[in-house]
Write a new protein. Structure first.
Lengths: 171, 217, 560
């Protein structure tokens, strides 16, 4: 098999990847693109995202190892690149421990934000009086407001993930 | 031995490096670290994507139909091919064929331009329909609350990626100029090599952007 | 490592004898200052890491004094409750400017860009950093970022606090974009420096300079560079998103548009917590070198100290949520972050313990740098321990946004990093300029700084624990005595820094020639380079004969 891939080197004796390898990887990447499009048209529920990410990662590994030469280079480069991905993972996971788990322990009140906020007119009189007690910022789920103003902080960010239609889009 | 003896040293090796190999390895390592910074830069946007998609799964599903998966797929193939051509250009330089390398670099540039043209059409279509980020969103055809969230994410991610494509095009053009000038050959091609690494990263990011934005559900 | 033949031959014999000594200055010729090129252009277009270090020295010092003036104005205003010189809105701008200038323009660049740039190549036996042009570029980018910050100062400075929290940073009428653009640009400067240092340490070490023969200063700078490279881009994307939010209202941080203001805080602190380790780690590196040299002892537990630098760098990425305990995060997240915060204190504690053990049975020299190093040990310990206190979730709920927090971070940043910076400047000044400074006035400056600092900030621990909130323009009358005392301390500290700067500046022109190794230290910059060094650093090829702290071999010292 050695005569099919001659071990070519550049002017300093560094390894050159054979043309066939480059072309094969290119073809594989295009094939994987076609596959990922095809799979996306089948409804697999939550698996769609997982399969799409697996295929994308396979493509990424091919690009990194062959096109970017990581397979043949110092392991330090691959180590740094992998390390970056690890820290990105930390970022996503720990942030989502917050954003996905709000109200798990002390349940938040599922009310639209405009309704919960206490709004005052220019004379200091509450506009929607009797709605609930206290000034804006005293959330019933016991969270304190830091240096942000108003009732916008923190818990109002249930976004769309709780009650549907709880917020109007745009201004 | 006096390290300042320049006559023994090729002109392309800077004085503070011991030899050409140390310079090349340093340059590649430096570019890999720069790529690490790019991963974390785009990574922030992927974090935002993950969070907003988890909060608004139905919006993301409904809104992605506003994107044309065929144009996305075409762009993916265009970028993959451009990665191939830039890798082959470097290979040509390694084999001391700068003329072939220049042609391959031109091809890479052409493919990058194709990507941007397709992108232009996509963006123009959205502007036309009012499918814009944040407060500029005026389209009414997507169900659910806050559909503009998807488009804020879409435009930020593809916009930042597009800027990186444009920068890459500029650098590749400069590499073409230097190749035609005769700066590179089998003894020295490091700037093209590190340009290639940057370009591959641009491709890598798109490899993830495509399914996440165009192929949701 | 130990070499059987080197017991009696001091490394000084290998020192390159300077070709001549300038009769006017008493300094060796050639050296990088007098003979590296003449005129302003040769400095502004230099590729020499040593000259770039001096460029940074000038601009970073200017930033320090600018931020310092903001601090003094703050303390002037807070001397008594109510309006003294500034109204509430102007006060908000003052503390925003103080924070942003001190953090982005001063403390983050300070040690790596000044001392790191000068000393790192010398300590590993290299001729320069890996990418000298990138090094110069990073200085120009720094200047550009500083220009934006000053523009912001002159055109309705931001009043959001240096943290730019949404939603206020989105709605305020002040010029947030100029300041955040400045910070964004400064981030590039930091990234370029970090990138340069990582490649330099990996690739440009002299033959025989293994990883475990490197001075701990280099380990510290390397760990710092890793943080710079991983964390700063996230600041970049955060500020981009903030600017887009402000200019185009994309709605990512606005709850009325389906966004989340706490998300901004996650993004911001993912960078800004590791950033505080960018601030302290290089300082710790300096302390290792100072304590070793001025105890005439090798560092206790060298590899523990080296690995703890790496551990700090990596674990620092896991704890950012402790800045957000009261923000409205999920309870699960706050518990995880609180637990992880306790872990990150361990490597720092290991270092303090090892430094203290190095002092034990050492032959202590009370040089000016050593005084700063000892001050660091004391003040950083206080700062670090109070950090663990507020890392406890239950305690932080009460102390968050009070003066306790302000005192904590000033103890670690000023009592820690700035003390280390001062120690490092005094230590390497003779190497950089070939001149020794006036000891008496340096001691006066140190005393004013030490006393003034503690007066200012220890008081603030008390203020905070009694409930005084931070970033407040006025306060209840009961807090006035403590505030007044703190303000007086600030003036004293300011005077101390002013005198220190003058002493060092005077030394450049009027100090007596210091010689190549006045401290009798063992790292390469002292044993194999002149003071100031030649442009290419080393006259002969570098030979690494021993470890960086092998004082158990007898080395003669030329200065008391």
């Amino acid at each position: 098999m050695m005569n099919a891939k001659t071990h070519e080197t550049d002017g300093h004796g560094n390894h050159i990847i054979p043309l066939k390898t480059y072309l094969a990887v290119g073809a594989a990447l295009i094939l994987l693109t076609i596959i990922t499009v095809a799979v996306s048209r089948i409804n697999l529920g939550p698996l769609n995202l997982i399969v799409a990410m697996l295929i994308a990662s396979t493509k990424a590994v091919l690009v990194a190892l062959i096109f970017m030469h990581l397979l043949y280079d110092s392991k330090v480069y691959a180590g740094f690149f992998a390390g970056a991905l690890v820290f990105l993972g930390v970022f996503i996971i720990l942030t989502m421990y917050d954003t996905m788990r709000r109200g798990d322990i002390a349940p938040e009140e599922k009310m639209p934000i405009q309704a919960r906020a206490q709004i005052y007119d220019e004379d200091g009189k509450p506009l929607n009086s009797g709605e609930h007690h206290g000034e804006a910022g005293k959330e019933t789920d016991g969270e304190t407001v830091g240096s942000e103003q108003g009732g916008d902080a923190g818990s109002g960010t249930s976004g769309g993930h709780e009650a549907e239609g709880s917020m109007e889009g745009g201004h | 031995m006096d390290m300042a003896d320049l006559s023994a040293r090729p002109h392309y090796v800077k004085h503070h490096f011991a030899d050409a190999e140390q310079q090349r390895e340093s340059a590649k390592f430096g570019m890999w670290i720069f790529l690490v910074t790019e991963v974390l830069l785009f990574g922030g946007l992927f974090v935002a994507y993950a969070i907003f998609r988890a909060w608004n799964p139905e919006i993301f599903h409904n809104a992605h139909t506003a994107l044309d998966w065929r144009m996305g797929a075409l762009n993916t193939i265009v970028l993959i091919t451009s990665s191939l051509t830039v890798a082959l250009a470097i290979r040509s330089l390694q084999l001391d064929r700068p003329k072939v390398a220049a042609r391959l670099l031109w091809t890479t540039l052409f493919l990058a331009a194709t990507f941007m043209v397709v992108k232009y059409f996509e963006y123009a279509h959205k502007f036309h329909l009012g499918q814009l980020p944040g407060k500029y969103y005026t389209y009414t055809g997507i169900e659910g609350t806050n559909p503009h969230v998807f488009f804020s994410i879409y435009f930020t991610m593809t916009g930042l990626h597009g800027i990186h494509v444009l920068i890459g095009m500029g650098v590749i053009l400069w590499m073409i100029v230097r190749t035609k000038r005769g700066d590179f050959g089998k003894l020295y091609y490091t700037p093209v090599e590190v340009t290639g690494l940057y370009w591959h990263l641009v491709d890598l990011i798109w490899i993830y952007l495509f399914p996440l934005l165009y192929l949701v559900g | 490592m130990s070499d059987a033949t080197a017991t009696t031959q001091p490394p000084l014999s290998r020192l390159a004898v300077p070709k001549e000594t300038d009769p006017k200055t008493g300094l060796p010729r050639p050296n990088f200052i007098q003979d590296g090129g003449k005129g302003l252009k040769s400095w502004l277009f230099t590729l020499d890491h040593k000259r770039i270090a001096i460029l940074y020295l000038i601009t970073v010092t200017a930033s320090f004094f600018l931020g310092g003036i903001m601090a003094l104005l703050i303390r002037l205003e807070l001397f008594k409750p109510g309006e003294q010189f500034f109204n509430a809105d102007q006060y908000n701008q003052l503390f925003t400017l103080h924070g942003a200038i001190m953090i982005f323009l001063f403390i983050i660049p300070s040690i790596p860009a000044i001392l790191g740039n000068f000393v790192l190549p010398l300590q590993i036996g290299a001729k320069d950093v890996a990418f000298p042009k990138l090094n110069l570029a990073s200085w120009y980018v720094y200047v550009l970022g500083a220009v934006f910050a000053v523009v912001s100062l002159l055109t309705s400075a931001a009043d959001t606090g240096w943290t730019f929290y949404t939603p206020y940073s989105n709605t305020t009428g002040t010029n947030v974009v100029a300041m955040t653009l400045g910070a964004f640009i400064l981030g590039f400067s930091s990234i370029f420096t970090g990138l340069n240092f990582i490649v330099t340490v990996h690739k440009l070490r002299a033959p025989g300079m293994t990883w475990f023969k490197m001075p701990l200063m280099v380990w510290a700078l390397y760990a710092t560079a890793i943080i710079q490279v991983l964390a700063t881009p996230v600041l970049g994307i955060t500020l981009i998103l903030l600017i887009l939010e402000r200019v185009f209202s994309i709605g990512i941080f606005d709850p009325a548009m389906g966004g989340d203001p706490v998300l901004y805080q996650h993004f911001f602190w993912f960078y800004s917590h590791p950033a505080v380790y960018i601030m302290i780690l290089p300082g710790m590196g300096i302390i290792s070198d100072l304590i070793s040299t001025f105890s005439r002892r090798k560092i206790f537990g060298y590899s523990f100290v080296a690995f703890s630098s790496m551990a700090i760098a990596l674990v620092s990425f896991l704890v950012w949520g402790h800045h957000m305990f009261t923000s409205g995060q999920s309870e699960i997240a706050v518990m995880i972050f609180s637990f992880l915060t306790f872990m990150v204190g361990i490597p720092s504690a290991i270092k303090v313990f090892n430094w203290t053990m190095t002092l034990y049975k050492g032959s202590i020299v009370f040089s000016v740098p050593m005084l700063y190093a000892l001050s660091f040990l004391f003040l950083f310990t206080i700062g670090g321990l109070t950090g663990i206190m507020i890392g406890a979730l239950s305690v932080d709920v009460h102390l968050h946004d009070t003066y306790f927090i302000v005192a904590h971070f000033h103890y670690v940043m000023v009592g820690g990093t700035v003390m280390a910076l001062m120690g490092g400047l005094y230590y390497w000044w003779p190497k950089i300029f070939g001149r020794m400074y006036n000891r008496l006035w340096s001691l006066v400056a140190w005393a004013l700084i030490f006393v003034g600092f503690n007066m200012t900030f220890f008081t603030q621990f008390i203020l905070g624990s009694r409930g005084m909130p931070r970033r407040y323009w006025t306060y209840l009358e009961q807090f006035q005595p403590l505030h007044g005392f703190s303000s007086v301390g600030a003036m004293i500290m300011g005077a101390g820094f002013g005198i220190a700067a003058i002493v060092l500046a005077v030394a450049v022109w009027k100090g007596r020639p210091a010689g190549s190794n006045p401290w009798g230290a063992l790292t390469l910059e002292w044993t194999q380079a002149t003071s100031p060094p030649i442009t290419h650093n080393f006259e002969e090829d570098v030979v690494v004969e021993h470890g960086p702290y092998d004082y158990d071999k007898v080395i003669p010292r030329t200065t008391a």
